[in-house]
Design a protein around this ligand. Structure first.
Ligand code: COA
Length: 340
């Protein structure tokens, strides 16, 4: 009897690590004084409730593609490879205005990859950690040698400047990392999930069909902005996410004492503080607080926050960091990483 052909998989499993980091911060700085009038707020209120002093909003030229490319070029250079060597491009974003094709395909082309696999991930503020987990596992399994992971947003396009609950929070920017093969574990196991029961807590206000309408039922004709029930999101993030973060440490076999850096999604300074307290982070762990200058950039916030720690001399190559990202969905993901 003839045996069925055996499927071969020539690449042996290997470890993965972040090899390079790059970011793009839009040129236009927007202080709280510029947003307060439209929402009847004050610089003091915004700083006290969110820790935000200013944010950056992209100019028309600072597109999703342009910001991604700028961040990616730095990450590729730091990794010491060329664009041609990238096998896979993953873009996490909620603010790319084309449903299809993926932004990743255009960015892969602009970076000079040789027809890299390219796709976008929709996991909102959890997007960077989701994409990093996928990119890392593709490298580990041999499906890609070098994966480029990008988190990028133009949230100013999808934020209602008169909405008191969101107008002062959301911002724009991009961050990218190159993930590649490594002799040691550079990206720990991901702890991730979602809670679709709370789907409506942060969402695009309406779907595109309701914007456009039908001959019988005219649409709103307005941009479907992000809407958020801030208070329940705040409570969920402050308490449930610390448990997820501790689980990621546990899965990676490290303790809070082993950590050098805590780089949470920059949602709100008070959420960061509540998580750090709840996790009992020791004093020596440096905590990313980029939100003060950058606002909440959703999928871009973790690489941007890490970049600031490095620039400020608070993080260095070889440091052990805990990433945790969370937001609409309610999706979340956490992993321990070694800084390149
Ligand atoms: N400026 C000034 N006052 C405001 C305001 C604003 N932008 N927004 C609300 N207020 C007022 C309210 O009217 C209310 O006043 P009252 O007590 O006199 O009735 C008071 O502030 C509290 O309102 P509330 O909506 O309960 O605010 P809050 O304490 O929950 O703070 C957020 C609002 C948005 C800062 C907070 O909920 C938050 O940060 N949530 C998480 C957001 C987040 O991180 N999202 C991203 C997740 S990825």
């Amino acid at each position: 009897m003839t045996q069925p052909p055996v499927i071969s998989h020539p690449v042996a499993p290997r470890e993965s690590a972040i090899l390079g980091l790059g970011v793009y911060r839009p040129s236009r700085i927007v202080p709280n004084s510029e947003v307060v009038e439209a929402i009847d707020s004050s610089d003091e209120w915004i700083q006290q409730r969110s820790g935000i002093k200013q944010r950056r909003w992209a100019t028309p030229d600072e597109t999703i593609e342009m910001m991604s490319q700028a961040a990616a070029e730095q990450a590729i250079a730091q990794a010491g490879i060329s664009g041609e060597q990238i096998d896979c491009v993953i873009v996490a974003t909620l603010s790319y205005m084309l449903n299809t094709p993926a932004a990743a395909a255009k960015i892969a082309f602009e970076l000079g990859t040789k027809h890299a696999a390219a796709f976008d991930i929709s996991a909102a503020c959890a997007g960077f950690s989701y994409a990093l987990a996928v990119g890392s596992d593709l490298v580990r399994a041999g499906s890609a040698r070098y994966a480029l992971v990008i988190g990028v947003e133009r949230l100013s396009d999808v934020t209602d400047p008169t909405d008191r609950g969101t107008a002062f929070i959301f911002a724009d920017g991009a961050g990218a990392v190159v993930v590649g093969p490594s002799d040691t574990v550079g990206v720990g196991p991901v702890v991730w999930g979602s809670d679709g029961e709370q789907f409506d807590l942060i969402r695009q206000r309406e779907d595109w069909r309701d914007v456009i309408g039908t001959p019988e039922q005219p649409g709103s004709g307005r941009m479907p902005h992000l809407v958020m029930h801030g208070n329940p999101v705040f409570r969920w993030a402050s308490f449930a996410m610390a448990k997820v973060a501790l689980e990621a440490l546990d899965r990676a076999g490290v303790s809070v004492d082993d950590l050098d850096l805590f780089v949470p999604h920059q949602a709100n300074m008070r959420i960061t503080d509540a998580m750090a307290r709840s996790m009992k982070l020791p004093e020596h762990v440096r905590i990313a607080r980029d939100i003060a200058e950058q606002g909440n950039t959703s999928a871009a916030s973790i690489p941007l926050a890490l970049d600031r720690l490095i620039r400020d001399g608070e993080a260095k190559s070889g440091d052990l960091a805990l990433f945790i990202a969370f937001g609409a969905g309610l999706a979340y993901a956490a992993q321990v990483v070694r800084i390149p």
